[in-house]
Design a protein around this ligand. Structure first.
Ligand SMILES: [Zn+2]
Length: 110
């Protein structure tokens, strides 16, 4: 029972479909969902700063921003378990500290 041999074409290339990934997603914060989430976090934390210093020292500061407990660049997420209300001054301090550990010290600026 001979089967008609398939034509073998050695020049035929493997079909590797080109995958084009649109980079429109991941535009970061600023959208409406983030704004809603932000308010949800602030309300959850009673608009009180939940930063390390304030919780440790028992300080009561009004929070008007939302902080990533684990920074995004360290693999943190936008999940509400990774978010907390934070005072803008505390946020600035924390961000400064983080950027110091993230990038090399800039000398003589500021
Ligand atoms: Zn604080």
């Amino acid at each position: 029972m001979p089967i008609a041999p398939k034509i073998f074409n050695p020049h035929r290339k493997n079909n590797t479909a080109k995958v084009s990934v649109k980079q429109t997603w991941g535009n970061g914060r600023g959208g409406r969902p983030w704004r809603r989430l932000r308010i949800a976090i602030l309300e959850r934390d009673n608009y009180l700063c939940q930063c390390d210093d304030c919780t440790r020292l028992g300080l009561i500061k009004v929070a008007n921003e939302v902080d990533h407990i684990i920074p995004l660049f360290k693999g943190g997420t936008d999940d509400e378990t990774n978010l907390r209300a934070i005072n803008s001054e505390c946020h600035k301090k924390k961000t400064a500290k983080e950027s110091r550990t993230k990038t090399k010290k800039k000398e003589g600026v500021g």
